[in-house]
Design a protein around this ligand. Structure first.
Ligand code: PMP
Length: 388
């Protein structure tokens, strides 16, 4: 008898369930575990009353249109608002033809990687980098070149050496390291990319959540139109509405539109209308200010607790924004250590899964966005107990 799973395509053979899921499952079974694994936004950052009000108003105003098919790369109302919104990141002089609204930034990354990468292509990514981007990239079998991020900083020369066709970068409050490239590093990246004819895919998912120093998007510094910008509403408004976007050269947007037609025709019309209205009325700007201050407070709290409980046993980069803390232990195998941590009712994500070569065996990613303040204090204490 032919078994269905023997008939999968070569592409399907490369699809693996995320490592994250394995840990989510273990942890969700035990309510006593303090969970530093999930990258969920703090529930207090979803402006539920405002969303309810806007939604009612939109249904009244737009009626059936809010529930109809709409055009592939997004409705005009939202594109117009995104054009305004990204001015906060220094991005001007673009038109509606340069934007495609996507189902979260995850769909944006999936589509961009698909239209540019052939098996064996030389691509550059940060090491460590965002795990779901890495898993998406793996399905395309590229040749990975890591740009190391360590407690000492960002090794830009690794990019020069790679001679890559494409760079995927998360330059602002990077997930997982918390690192933000300063303006000179951004200019350097553009210079190298232009020299080597490298396409830059800039994932600015946390660009609106930088705690202190403003730094414009890499896209804002590019005068050769080689940077493709990816944004998201997930961390500043609602992750469940699944609204993200791509800003790029018209020719790139045309290809994306052709691909998106095949995937899901368009992002949900109602969700686009809600998001457009939330930008227009200033709800999102207000929410960004609140979210930044909440995460800054939580990250400072986590930092103080780490210093108190883990002292000289770990290195870290103080997060510049976003939702994560990344620790470098001296030489502990953090995947093995996780079993002990779970017994002590605290869980984190072993950092090695963020490395294309799994080299960061001694690292840990901690999320501070979701746990409550008292859980941060207690959880880091429990972590301190097992690391000592
Ligand atoms: N990029 C980065 C760096 C992320 O951390 C995330 C979410 N964790 C995403 C993209 C995807 O976000 P979404 O699809 O919800 O926009």
């Amino acid at each position: 008898m032919i078994l269905l799973y023997n008939l999968f395509s070569k592409y399907a053979d490369n699809l693996k369930l995320s490592e994250l899921l394995r840990y989510f499952k273990i942890i969700s079974k035990n309510p006593n575990i303090i969970n530093f694994v999930n990258g969920l936004p703090d529930p207090r950052t979803v402006p539920i009353n405002e969303i309810t009000e806007i939604t009612n108003q939109i249904i009244k105003e737009y009626s059936v249109r809010a529930f109809q098919y709409s055009i592939t790369c997004g409705i005009k109302e939202l594109k117009d608002q995104i054009l305004e919104f990204v001015k906060n990141r220094g991005i001007y002089d673009i038109s509606e033809n340069n934007i495609c609204i996507t189902v979260g930034s995850q769909e944006a990354l999936y589509m961009l990687f698909s239209i540019f990468i052939n098996p064996g292509d030389n691509i550059a990514i940060e090491n460590p980098t965002y795990i779901s981007a890495l898993e998406t990239l793996r399905t395309l079998n590229p040749n990975f070149n890591g740009i190391n991020i360590t407690p000492k900083g960002y090794e830009i020369d690794d990019l020069r050496k790679s001679n890559a066709k494409l760079l995927y970068t998360v330059p602002s409050a990077q997930n997982p390291s918390g690192y933000t490239l300063n303006i000179n590093e951004r200019k350097k990246i553009i210079e190298i990319a232009h020299e080597n004819n490298t396409i830059i895919i800039e994932d600015d998912t946390y660009g609106f959540l930088l705690f202190d120093d403003y730094v414009p998007a890499i896209k804002a510094l590019d005068d050769e139109d080689k940077v493709i910008y990816v944004g998201s509403m997930s961390k500043v408004f609602s992750s469940g509405l699944r609204i993200g976007w791509i800003i790029a050269n018209e020719k790139v947007i045309e290809k994306i539109e052709a691909l998106k037609q095949n995937i899901n025709a368009h992002s949900p019309t109602l969700n686009q209308l809600i998001t457009a209205e939330a930008i227009r009325t200033g709800i999102i700007d207000k929410n960004i200010a609140y979210t930044k201050s909440l995460y800054k407070m939580k990250s400072n709290l986590m930092k103080n607790e780490i210093i108190k409980n883990l002292g000289d046993k770990v290195d870290f980069i103080s997060p510049t924004g976003g939702m994560f803390f990344f620790l470098w232990t001296k030489n502990l195998d953090t995947e093995k250590l996780l079993e002990k941590a779970i017994k002590n009712n605290v869980a984190y994500l072993p950092g090695k899964y963020f490395y294309h070569d799994l080299s960061g065996y001694n690292t840990i990613r901690l999320s501070y966005s979701y746990p409550r303040e008292n859980e941060i204090i207690e959880g880091i204490k429990r972590l301190g107990e097992i690391i000592s």
